[in-house]
Design a protein around this ligand. Structure first.
Ligand code: S3P
Length: 169
């Protein structure tokens, strides 16, 4: 039984890498944000608007425990998932955790290209956004760095071409 769990800041490519790994291995892919949305029948943005970040984190924590029960899967977490409750220690017990690490500049570029509505970064000017990302990544690295593996994705331009074999893990 194998379970690969991807963590990292918003825009680090967790979903894209997760899908690529799933294609390569045939293991099912679960994106925690999508799982939350389908279970709650609401978007992450709606949950934030209705219950605030604290409400969202509780739901995220509970849903994490649900997806982490599945076997032979690849799971991509939300950017904040490892940083609340005991989530990072829990996920480390559930599978092989990979931190997708990228510089704030790369994260910023990816986020500008993204189509998903991300409540924590909306309504920010480019300068505010880059400062916010830099500050948040600095705070969150304490949790991200607890992953068993770190993959620096800053130099990867085309995630579709990612040739990451799970045997390398
Ligand atoms: C968040 C990241 C988002 C989502 C929510 C909060 C965060 O997931 O869970 O908007 O705190 O970094 P992605 O990293 O998949 O965008």
């Amino acid at each position: 039984m194998r379970r690969i769990i991807l963590i990292g800041y918003m825009g680090s490519g967790k979903t894209t890498v997760g899908k690529a790994l799933s294609k390569e291995t045939g293991m099912m892919f679960y994106d925690l944000d999508w799982y939350i949305e389908s279970r709650m029948r609401k978007t992450v943005a709606q949950i934030f608007a209705e219950k605030g970040e604290e409400g969202f984190r509780k739901i995220e924590h509970n849903m994490l425990h649900e997806v982490a029960e599945f076997e032979n899967v690849i799971i991509s977490c939300g950017g904040g998932t490892p940083c609340f409750f005991d989530n990072i220690d829990y996920i480390n017990q559930q599978g092989e955790v990979v931190y997708l690490k990228a510089t704030p500049e790369v994260l910023y570029r990816h986020l500008l290209m993204g189509k998903v509505e991300r409540p924590l970064i909306k309504n920010k000017t480019p300068e505010e956004l880059i400062a916010y990302i830099t500050e948040q990544v600095a705070k969150r690295e304490e949790f991200y760095n607890k992953a068993r593996y770190t993959l620096d994705v800053s130099l990867m331009d085309n995630y579709e071409k990612i040739q990451l074999s799970v045997d390398q893990l």
